[in-house]
Design a protein around this ligand. Structure first.
Ligand code: SAM
Length: 290
């Protein structure tokens, strides 16, 4: 079977291929086959990926597709695909497009009617979540937080009352300040987990309340090295109260800017489908906080 046998058009297929996040044994058999058989591999960093290809004895040509050239270079890949070549998109590690380049290429390929086929494999956020022991039925991925304190705290404030498990990527040199800001905004009691160097030699998963986790990381410089994912338990609804979604609270806050409390709660209930009493109580609580 050729890679593009399922296609009716003469165009090639764009394969979005996940690669390991540390342990090379995590590459899938299908990923290896696709990387071997395509005409071209669009890679975030060709030198980095050349080492991966060498390890697996893959000789397919590599071409750069990173965030700085993705838009211009994208048309080159689209042209190759339209001329019938199969192309694989990879990033330095994990799943392309997940805090990695590739979005513009995938969007443009789909817009051009090119078949886009995902070849799944590792991603740090799912790897961390799978072993965190935090609720995994519903979660949100926030990617990287802003690098500066004010922006980071503002973003954390936005998700402070989010009931779903929160997942963040963070650079090692900012991990301590990130945990300290989380402690400040979410409160030190909130359960969190630091997943560091996943699938690698010094893999560490440490789950503790935020205040203890920050102290633990501060005390050991080794915990401020390598790659890390931070997971934080969702906002625990106050006793006896259902959790209001961030979206419901956003709608309520917007309406409260222009309407009396009762009317804002009633309208927010109509818009969001959440019980009016619950929104009314939340509006009262918000007034108390002012
Ligand atoms: N595309 C990748 C994915 O699917 O996970 C993510 C790429 S993003 C540029 C890199 C960030 O992912 C790192 O800063 C870290 O937060 C997280 N990450 C990647 N590999 C990791 C690992 N082995 N252990 C922990 N976190 C990792």
């Amino acid at each position: 079977m050729t890679l593009s046998s399922a296609q009716s058009s003469a165009a090639g297929t764009l394969y979005v291929v996940a690669t390991p996040i540390g342990n090379l044994d995590d590459i899938t058999a299908r990923a290896l086959r696709v990387l071997r058989e395509v005409s071209l591999i669009a890679a975030e960093d060709t030198r980095h990926s050349a080492r991966l290809m060498q390890h697996f004895g893959i000789g397919t040509p590599l071409a750069a597709c990173h965030e700085h050239n993705e838009r211009e270079q994208g048309s080159h890949f689209i042209a190759r695909l339209l001329s019938g070549a199969d192309v694989a998109l990879i990033s330095d590690a994990g799943t392309p497009l997940i805090s990695d380049p590739g979005y513009h290429l995938v969007r443009n390929a789909r817009a051009a009617g090119i078949q886009v086929v995902p070849v799944p494999g590792p991603s740090a956020l799912i790897t961390a979540l799978s072993a965190a022991g935090l609720p995994s039925d519903r979660f949100i991925f926030e990617g990287f937080l802003p690098a500066k304190t004010a922006g980071r705290r503002a973003r954390l404030e936005q998700v402070k009352e989010e009931p779903r498990t929160l997942i963040f990527y963070e650079a090692p040199h900012r991990i301590l300040e990130c945990l300290e800001d989380m402690q400040l905004v979410f409160g030190g009691e909130r359960l969190a987990l630091l997943a560091r160097e996943l699938t690698k030699t010094f893999e560490t998963l440490k789950g503790l309340p935020l205040s203890e986790l920050a102290t633990w990381v501060a005390a050991d410089p080794n915990q401020q090295r390598g790659e890390c994912v931070v997971l934080v338990a969702g906002w625990p609804a106050p006793e006896g109260e259902e959790a209001l979604s961030v979206e419901a609270l956003r709608v309520l806050d917007l309406l409260l800017q222009d309407l009396p409390l009762k009317r804002a709660a009633a309208l927010a209930a109509e818009i969001t489908g959440v019980r009016k009493n619950l929104l009314y109580q939340a509006a009262l609580d918000r007034q108390k906080d002012v």
